[in-house]
Ligand binder design. Sequence first.
Ligand code: CA
Length: 225
Amino acid sequence: MRILVLEDERQLARHITQALTRHGHAATALFDGIEGLKSALEQTPDLIVLDLGLPGRDGLSVLAELRDRGSSSRVLILTARGEVEQRVKGLKAGADDYMAKPFSMDELVARIEALGRRGATPTAVDLLEVADLHMDVHHRRVSRGGRPIALSPREFDVLQLLMQEPGRVFSRTELCERVWQRDHEYDTRTVEIFITRLRKKVDSGFPLPLIHTIRSVGYTVRTQP
Ligand code: CA
């Protein structure tokens, strides 16, 4: 993968790029938000490792602008440990995953590679359809009522799982395991944030909601209320 590391702690940035290079990725590092955003928009790397505390322009605002401009780069944010609010803000702004510092380099590389794998589940079907919501799995495109919807890679993966089996209720734990390939101890709050993000994009402005919360069970996509 082509990976851009935006991290102003130069030594840490170097360690990350070295580890990624050892694993066969083309990784480059930049140390400030303005330069980083410019490069991310011009080069559209497959994945961006994004520190939230950056000089020039902070990571959250870099992320928001990337998503505003429809960037399809996967984004993994780095947050200082304990900054729960920062992590939640990052996920809400369009990050696909996060890691809290300090972290083990092996785990960071594993998460990056998990994020790089396309799609949550291989599917024999290329076109998924629930009411007027359409998903072209192969081209990773989604539209509702004929209007295209821009989704981040992980948003797409969550929606794909739900749309593959309309009406089936997926628990937060299962979504977490299948989309992030992480055990359920991890963080079901992340799943909630992704569902909120998806609802905003898929359902808002339409009279018929398709994404449903089944209280204390999980989520499903279906046409019945
Ligand atoms: Ca920093």
